[in-house]
Each structure stands twice: as structure tokens, then as C-alpha cells.
Design a protein around this ligand. Structure first.
Ligand SMILES: *Cc1c(COP(=O)(O)O)cnc(C)c1O
Length: 457
């Protein structure tokens, strides 16, 4: 293997130093030589070495430098049909939220300054009134995410005591969020009641003893038990808590502020209704159906919220200013003069009429044909809300089923992922599907460019 200094003396490589920088060129050369060496020492070493002074070696180094300049975290096109896709960053923010975030990042803000008095203020004040208005809660506080909200809520109210929860609701969200583990981390003891498929209020009642602090209900976010089932009525559970001077807490997971039943999505409880039914404290995510940034919103009785605000762990779990700015701006889209179903991207995507989705499919078809793609057809598709909300509920959608000569479906999907703007698609029945419910109008040209690049190579 040639020395780096020797490589730098070739005119082709020296040109890279001129057009990029010496540091980037040296770093890319080091990695290339290390890869070449590993290949030589591997199981199937190449017969020949590259021409280190030739143009194609230099092109490879240039490609490495270009790739290195791309941010690691970057924009992709979500063509999966899953609207709230955790691996793709969940909710896309409204422009209003993006602008608020940019301003809060670039400027000094009154994050913890009360402008009226000039004294120290609370970061929670910026959104608390809005959350109260939109949910009917007495008080609210916001933390880093819903997992933190559940942890803090339990720690502050049930630490050292016990929590009663239904066996049918002890959910694992994914990653390491398993409700029984979170309860254990909070220092509370879990008392499971009922069975996998049926739990009654009387099961909770029978389990109450003098260690009990909380009756917990949680959203079966990503699964559904069907058949011979029953879950305790929320209102009855709240009454039982009240009669026994206990706290009825509900982990709503996604949480939604508007009724989605007109859009065919019936089963997601609206936060205001849950509080109205008597829940003392609810928690929900900022970046699921709410359509905002990652955050955990806790709303409910003023006395309990005050306890949470004063808890020593509050500081460790608190929301940062960028998320807070985006959250406030998103919440404002739920009040006049805005229509959240139009202004909040998550809600817009799930409520887009099928004709709108079909029109987008037609536009993408034209754009892809113009780039020379021949093998494509429009098919009916099923989109999903995702993000641990509305499991097993389908949204009608339209997709393009596409194939490229000489590429398997996996190969095409990989090529699309490796493009300049990666396109993340779904594979079904050996073909790549591009679901138009999650592709935005402005992304149609980007998808077309991605295919043009695949066809060129
Ligand atoms: C998603 C979810 C959580 C975790 O929310 P994050 O905001 O991702 O921390 C907790 N509980 C339930 C029921 C959920 O669906």
C-alpha cells in the first residue's frame, strides 16, 4: 500500500486538496487505504490493486469526502405510509413550530424570565395556560417525553407505595419502555389485577389496601386484544379512586386533542374527555398525534401537578427551550384562527381525502415517467397512523408500485435509501411501494430525482 504522502503527490489527488481541503483528503485517503488493506487480508482478496494515480481512484476519494460532508442526521422522504414513524422522527412540525424553534435557538428568550416583574419566571408558564385551555385541566407541566412523564408522575405520587394496573394494559412500547419496568424504576410496587383479556373495576377495588396510591390505566398503544374482552370503565375507575382518596392516573401515550372519529379513527380517547371522566392525572406525548416536538405533557389536578413541579427529578427531565418553543407554536394551531386538521401536518396527513392522495399519485407518476421509469402502476394501499396510536386501524391510501430492470425490490429500496435525499419505501409482494399519504406535494420532485439517480447508475 502506498504511503499517504506518496498519494498526495499524484496530480489527481493534489487536485482534491485544492478543491476540498488537505485534512478531508488525508482522512478519506486513510479510510480508503484501510479498506483496501482489509480487502487484501480478507477471504477473497482482489487480483489487482487500483491505479492509485488514476482518475477513478481520485473519484472514489472525492465521493468519500462528499459523503463525509453530509450531516449524519438528515432529511429523508417518508414513503412508508406510516404517518408517525418513530424511526423517521415521528411528527413533522408545522412551519409555525419550525419558525418558533429557529427563533428560540438564535435569539435570547424570556425562557425563565417574567417580563412583567423582571423576576425569575418558570419555563412551564409558556404552555401551561394553553394546555389548560385545550384540555380543561386545572394545571399542566411538560417534560422531555411521555416516558419521563410517566416516570415522574409515578415517582412523585406512588414512590414507596403501590400502583394497581390491569394485566391487559401492561404494555411494552418498544425500545426499553415496558410499563412494569417503569413502575419499578419509580420506586412503586406494581399490583397486577384482572387477566390478559378481562379486567373489571371490582378487580381494582379488591386489590386496594393501605399501601395503594395510584390506580393506573394505560393505553394499549401498539396491540389490540379482541374477542371476549372487557376493560374497566374510566369513569367508574375514577370514582373508585375518589372514594378511596387515591389518584387515578392514565398514560394516554399518544393523546389527541381533537376527536378523530369523523375521519374513521374512533378509538383514540380525547384528552379533555379523559379528564372530564375524572382522571386526576394524564400523560401524553408531544410528537405523536399532537403533531409537535418530542415532549411529555402531564395534565390534571393542580395539587398533584404542583407536587411534580417541585420534585427533585423535575430538573433532570425538563423540556429544553427549542422543544418548548415548538410545542407552544403547535398548541396555538389548535385554537382560532387556525384549523388544526389543516395546520398540523400529522392531522392533515391522516385526514387528507383519498382524492388528494390519488392526485399526488398522479403527479408522482408523471414525474417518474418523465425521468424514464417505465415499470410503475397505481395501487390501492393501506396507510397507518403509527407511533403507538390507533393500532390495527387502517387509513385508505394510494401507492405507486415500482420496479427497475436489473434490481430486486430490496436492491431498489436500498438504492433509494442511499440517494442524496434518501427515500424510505415499503416492500410488498416483491415490489417497492411508495405510499402517497406520507409523501408531501413538495417532495414529489425529490422522489423523482432519487429515481433518476438510480436509473443513471
Ligand atoms: C409512546 C408511549 C409512551 C412513550 O412516549 P414517548 O413520548 O415516546 O416517551 C408511553 N406510554 C404509552 C402508552 C405510549 O404509547
Amino acid at each position: 500500500m502506498p504511503q499517504i504522502e506518496a498519494l498526495l503527490s499524484y496530480p489527481t489527488i493534489a487536485a482534491l486538496v485544492d478543491s476540498y481541503s488537505r485534512a478531508e483528503t488525508v482522512a478519506a485517503l486513510r479510510r480508503e487505504i484501510a479498506d483496501q488493506r482489509a480487502a487484501l487480508l480478507g477471504d477473497s482478496p482482489p487480483d489487482t490493486l487500483p491505479d492509485f494515480s488514476g482518475p477513478s481512484f481520485a473519484d472514489g476519494i472525492a465521493a468519500r469526502i462528499e459523503a463525509d460532508r453530509l450531516p449524519a442526521l438528515r432529511s429523508v422522504v417518508n414513503a412508508t405510509g406510516v404517518i408517525i414513524h418513530t424511526n423517521l422522527g415521528r411528527a413533522r412540525l408545522a412551519p409555525e413550530a419550525v419558525a418558533a424553534m429557529a427563533a428560540a435557538g438564535a435569539d435570547a428568550t424570556n425562557l425563565e424570565l417574567d417580563l412583567e416583574s423582571g423576576k425569575r419566571g418558570s419555563r412551564h408558564a409558556h404552555v401551561e395556560a394553553l394546555i389548560r385551555e385545550l384540555t380543561g385541566a386545572e394545571a399542566a407541566v411538560v417534560v422531555n417525553n411521555c416516558a419521563a412523564a410517566v416516570l415522574l408522575g409515578l415517582m412523585a405520587t406512588a414512590g414507596g407505595r403501590s400502583v394497581i394496573a390491569s394485566r391487559g394494559e401492561l404494555v411494552e412500547i418498544g425500545g426499553s419502555f415496558r410499563l412494569p419496568d417503569v413502575i419499578a424504576q419509580s420506586g412503586a410496587a406494581l399490583r397486577e389485577v384482572g387477566t390478559t383479556n378481562r379486567t373489571r373495576v371490582s378487580d381494582y377495588e379488591a386489590a386496594i389496601d393501605d399501601t395503594t396510591a395510584v390506580l393506573l390505566k394505560s393505553h394499549a398503544s401498539n396491540f389490540r386484544i379482541i374477542g371476549f374482552t372487557s376493560a374497566p370503565d374510566r369513569r367508574a375507575l375514577a370514582r373508585l379512586a375518589q372514594d378511596n382518596r387515591l389518584i387515578m392516573m392514565e398514560d394516554l401515550g399518544s393523546g389527541v386533542l381533537v376527536d378523530l372519529s369523523p375521519y374513521g379513527l374512533a378509538d383514540e380517547p380525547v384528552v379533555a374527555q379523559v379528564l372530564d371522566a375524572g382522571a386526576d392525572l394524564v400523560m401524553f406525548s408531544g410528537d405523536k398525534l399532537l403533531g409537535g416536538p418530542q415532549a411529555g405533557i402531564i395534565a390534571g389536578r393542580a395539587k398533584i401537578v404542583a407536587q411534580l413541579k417541585a420534585h427533585p427529578l423535575m430538573r433532570a427531565l425538563r423540556i429544553d427551550k427549542l422543544s418548548l418553543a415548538a410545542l407552544e407554536a403547535t398548541l396555538r394551531l389548535y385554537r382560532a384562527p387556525h384549523d388544526p386538521m389543516k395546520a398540523v401536518p400529522v392531522l392533515r396527513m391522516l385526514s387528507d381525502p383519498i382524492e388528494t392522495v390519488a392526485a399526488r399519485a398522479a403527479a408522482l407518476t408523471d414525474a417518474l415517467r418523465a425521468k424514464g421509469l417505465r415499470d410503475l402502476r397505481t395501487v390501492d394501499s393501506t396507510a397507518r397512523v403509527g407511533g403507538g396510536s390507533l393500532p390495527e386501524q387502517d387509513l385508505p391510501s394510494v401507492a405507486l408500485s415500482v420496479a427497475v430492470d436489473g434490481l430486486s425490490a430490496d436492491g431498489l429500496a436500498a438504492a433509494l435509501r442511499h440517494g442524496k435525499v434518501p427515500v424510505v419505501a415499503r416492500i410488498a409482494q416483491g415490489r417497492v411501494l411508495l405510499d402517497l399519504r406520507t409523501i408531501q406535494d413538495c417532495e414529489v420532485p425529490q422522489v423523482a430525482d432519487a429515481f433518476a439517480a438510480v436509473l443513471r447508475s
